[in-house]
Design a protein around this ligand. Sequence first.
Ligand code: NAP
Length: 290
Amino acid sequence: MAKLINGQAISAEIKAEIALEVQELKQKGIIPGLAVVLVGSDPASQTYVNLKEKACAAAGIYSEKYALPSTTHQDELFDLVNRLNHKKEIHGILVQMPLPDGLDEESVIETIDPWKDVDAFHPSNVGRIMIGNYRFLPCTPAGIMEMLRREKIAVAGKNCVVVGRSNIVGKPMAMLLMHANGTVTVCHSKTKDLADVCRRADILVASVGRPKFITADMVKPGACVIDVGMDRDENGKLCGDVDFEPVSKVASAITPVPRGVGPMTIAMLLRNTLTAAKIQNAIPNRKKVC
Ligand code: NAP
């Protein structure tokens, strides 16, 4: 039976470390601040934004929430982001994606000051990740790397397979695994013989968005399986991209859904906000993001 990688517990540890660092900053008169912008009324986005606000409060990070109607015009969003770019108390800006139809996500992301881009979606930060010289890392892949590190699951020399090539998870995940000296294969909907490719993985990361897509026959015995998916099963119950019960009988380590990757993503957002506050106040950053 696979070891359960408890993202909830690991993230609690990280959040406690962040809270201490926030206290230290406060003694220097600096309060890290995050602005979260939510456009429209997508229930999942509302839930994520609420979780992020709560996590900020618990860590002592100041946060501001801007909830805008789905009828918001692109220019209004640009204006808000520009105001936040210049607002001194705000060190990090997060525009919750996806945006409602009619709003151009790419140009909104490009409007965010790269030094405040705590999601690390701005092309300048994406480029830095590519060359391995980053300010911030995208929260979900960074959370996974931190999880592996704290669980002492070595990446160097391992065959790593990432299923999914999204800009927010799959691509940066592949890059971070490669920077950590893994031998990385990225799969997508056009990949041939997906099960064969997955079976070669010592570390298998699934970010597909399809419930229970990774089945036990796709997993090498003893592999570490990381499930990014936040899906709903046939009964509407939250589940991941991995068929958890059968796969956990084959893998050596596995993340559950919920309480796996999700909480790590939020912990990394707090870490990025703290890093942003330090950078903007010319305070050396003791910890790297991962
Ligand atoms: P996405 O943008 O929808 O991308 C899905 C990827 O899966 C695409 O690259 C797609 O290939 C690939 N794919 C789809 N069907 C496939 C198939 N049959 N075989 C192989 N590959 C296939 O997804 P995402 O944003 O990475 O999100 C994926 C899941 O993670 C979702 O459930 C999302 O809710 C969850 N998520 C969770 C967190 C967290 O913090 N836990 C964070 C982000 C996302 P193509 O490129 O060829 O279309």
